[in-house]
Design a binder for this molecule. Structure first.
Ligand SMILES: C[S@@+](CC[C@H](N)C(=O)[O-])C[C@H]1O[C@@H](n2cnc3c(N)ncnc32)[C@H](O)[C@@H]1O
Length: 261
């Protein structure tokens, strides 16, 4: 942030995962401490910027696809700083609830999006599914399909916090006909480097736990996967609009699952 002044409740002493991600994406909503940690990650994996862009591009393709399929309610948990191409910028005519637990994200999101039609910003923690869904239900109609977006977030949930159980609780709460859009960084995609990256995030606002493909597939149990199933973000239905972002770096696995019953 240009002034480097921190709003109340915000620490500029601890690298913050939302602001580090903003830095990877070329945003300006980050502090020196975030840039320093992000540069350490970039020294290990220079393609992280490309990976973040690919993940964003996947999110946009998935959301566009679901909107074209008739879904008009989106719940984006861990929505992040509104750096580039937020959900409401890529689709029309939908209700969108952005949820994040980071005060900087919430302040910026409210300032930038507060007046966008159909957009609501809510404070919430992914690890509290019942609370998050109850609040979202104040805005969204849970009698109709809702697309739940959990993009580039699950690797900030530790094993002790039971990531599979968290996703299962969301699946149970999601209306039939709803969708889950999920991504996760996988260590298989960055051999020998995952541990080094994790050690940088040890000092950040959330630790980083990349997970193997089979674990990611387990998270999707109970969902019917849309084609092409579990793939790297660049491989999920690439299209003419987003192919321009095919840059090096692809560490996220992704999938879109439908809740059929
Ligand atoms: C890497 S960013 C991803 C942003 C966005 N989903 C995207 O793909 O571009 C992760 C976001 O998740 C948020 N986050 C981390 N842990 C969270 C939690 N337990 N509950 C809600 N949001 C969380 C962070 O504040 C950050 O905004």
């Amino acid at each position: 942030m240009s002034s480097e002044r921190t709003p109340p409740g915000v620490s500029a002493a601890v690298p913050n995962v939302a602001r580090m991600y903003d830095y990877y994406l070329g945003g300006k909503d980050n502090f020196e401490v975030d840039r320093h940690a992000a540069e350490k990650v970039l020294a290990i994996i220079p393609e992280v910027r490309g990976d973040a862009r690919n993940s964003r591009a996947f999110l946009q393709r998935a959301v566009r696809h679901l909107r074209q399929s008739g879904v008009d309610q989106f719940l984006d948990i861990g929505s992040g700083l509104p750096t580039a191409g937020h959900v409401h910028e890529v689709i029309d005519g939908a209700k969108i609830v952005y949820v994040d637990n980071d005060p900087v994200v919430l302040t910026h999101s409210r300032a930038l999006l507060g007046h966008s039609s159909g957009v609501t910003v809510q404070e919430g923690d992914l690890r509290e599914p019942e609370k998050v869904m109850a609040r979202a239900a104040e805005v969204l109609d849970f009698e109709r399909p809702v697309a739940l977006l959990v993009v580039s977030l699950m690797h900030f949930v530790t094993d002790e916090e039971d990531p599979a159980g968290i996703i299962r609780r969301y699946r149970d709460l999601l209306p039939t006909g709803g969708y889950l859009v999920l991504t996760h960084v996988a260590p298989d995609t960055m051999p020998q480097k995952a541990d080094k990256v994790s050690s940088v995030y040890q000092n950040a606002s959330s630790p980083f736990t990349p997970r193997r493909r089979d674990v990611f597939e387990g998270f999707l149990e109970g969902f019917e996967l849309l084609e092409p199933g579990v793939v790297n973000t660049r491989e999920w239905r690439p299209d003419a609009t987003t192919d321009r972002s095919l840059v090096k770096g692809d560490y996220h696995l992704c999938a879109v699952g439908a809740k059929r019953s």
